[in-house]
Every structure is written in structure tokens, then in C-alpha cells.
Design a binder for this molecule. Structure first.
Ligand SMILES: [Zn+2]
Length: 231
């Protein structure tokens, strides 16, 4: 690889008149090709999961995630990259009955949100989901909640049916449904790329989002940004 050649050249032949410490900074283009920081090439076996990008989780919604609408244009870039390679896309959604157990009236901790068939449950209108996107509805009965897109759904089987082994996961919110979806994806044996630029956190407690990201990384997810995708 060209990047590795550059690194070897830098390491093997430092200018004689430069102090050792001055050689530490490596050109960014070379860093991107080192070890685990190498750029990411989308390939067969990759699938994208957009988690709960629904109106109620966006500013103005009943359970708005701060800056939640920022994930829409961010995810659209990934969606375009997946579309260009005809790679599969999945979209999870909360799809609750009116008397869902997670709602405060029922003893839960959240205001009513994403009630099935309401506008609040619709995907963000600006989200460029392809026609072929597979929609996964979760937490559809009164008594069961599901932060994870895998819980009580056939998401794992559907992913495997497409041959997916590596999942690119973004959406809302980092510290709830993204976290739990990533946990289950890893437990199911999928490789996970967490889309850091296409997630936002609720942060009920300050730092929840950062802690969630740290946990996902410790469990084995790799945090990526769009710029790291090979063109
Ligand atoms: Zn919910």
C-alpha cells in the first residue's frame, strides 16, 4: 500500500538535522493508512442500520434528542454511499401502542412517543431511505419495551439473509437505542462500525453519550466518521 511505503520512508530516513521529537508528527494521509486507522472500504457483507430516526426524537418532537436532526444529513451521506454500492439498508423504529409501558402514564420513564401510525412515529422526512430499506418495528406491544432493534424482532435473521457480517450503525439516541442495538449486534457476532458523526445522545445525565460510546468501543465496536470511508 502506498501509505505504508510513505511511513517506512519517514521512519527509515529522517532528516539528519531534525530532532527526534520533531519526527513524531506523521502526515495525516499516512496516519489514515496505519493499522486500525486504515480507511474503510465498503464491500459485500456490509449493511447500514439507521436507528430510530423518527420525528418524536427530533427537535419539536415529544422526546426530542438535543441536536437530533443533525443525524439526518450525516446518515444521508452514508445512505448515498451504500446505495452507490447496492448494499442493504435497515431502519429501526419505535412503534408503540398508546398504552405502552415506557410511557409515564403507565409507570414508565418517558413521555408518550412514537405511537404507531402517528406523525411522531414517522421517519424524518429528510432521511433518504432507499425504497428497498427494510423497516424493523420494535416495542409494538403494551408490556414490552425494546431499546435494541434486535429485541423481539427478526432483525438478526434478516441481516444474515442478506449475507451481512459488518454493520454500520447510526441514529438516535447514542445512549439508549444505538447503545443497545450495538450491544446486541456484537453479541450476535456481527462486526460493528459506530457512526460517530451520525449519532446524538439524550444525555439525561451529562456524559451519558460519551460513556455509551466508550462502552461500545470496549465491547469491540469501531468508531468511524464518514471521512474515513474510502471513496
Ligand atoms: Zn420508545
Amino acid at each position: 500500500m502506498g501509505g505504508l511505503t510513505i511511513i517506512n520512508t519517514v521512519a527509515a530516513a529522517p532528516p539528519q538535522n531534525v530532532r527526534a521529537s520533531a519526527r513524531i508528527p506523521i502526515p495525516f494521509a499516512a496516519v489514515r493508512h496505519m493499522g486500525s486507522s486504515s480507511s474503510i472500504r465498503l464491500q459485500t457483507g456490509d449493511a447500514l442500520i439507521a436507528v430510530d430516526v423518527q420525528n418524536d426524537f427530533l427537535p419539536g418532537g415529544s422526546l426530542a434528542v438535543p441536536d437530533g436532526d443533525a443525524v439526518v444529513p450525516a446518515l444521508n451521506r452514508y445512505l448515498a454511499a451504500f446505495a452507490a454500492r447496492a448494499l442493504p439498508v435497515f431502519a429501526t423504529r419505535d412503534w408503540h401502542p398508546r398504552n405502552h409501558c415506557s410511557f409515564k402514564e403507565q409507570g414508565g420513564i418517558w413521555p408518550p412517543h412514537c405511537v404507531a401510525t402517528t406523525r411522531g412515529a414517522e421517519f424524518a422526512s429528510g432521511l433518504a431511505l432507499p425504497q428497498a430499506a427494510v423497516v424493523i418495528s420494535k416495542a409494538v406491544t403494551p408490556a414490552a419495551d425494546a431499546y435494541s432493534g434486535f429485541r423481539g424482532t427478526d432483525l438478526a435473521a434478516r441481516l444474515r439473509a442478506t449475507g451481512a457480517t459488518r454493520l454500520f450503525i447510526g441514529g438516535l439516541a447514542t445512549d439508549y437505542c444505538v447503545l443497545n442495538t450495538v450491544r446486541d449486534a456484537l453479541a450476535e457476532g456481527f462486526e460493528v462500525m459506530l457512526l460517530a458523526d451520525a449519532t446524538r445522545a439524550v444525555d439525561v445525565q451529562a456524559g451519558d453519550g460519551a460513556r455509551a460510546q466508550q462502552e461500545m468501543e470496549q465491547l469491540g465496536a469501531r468508531t468511524v466518521r464518514y471521512e474515513e470511508l474510502a471513496s
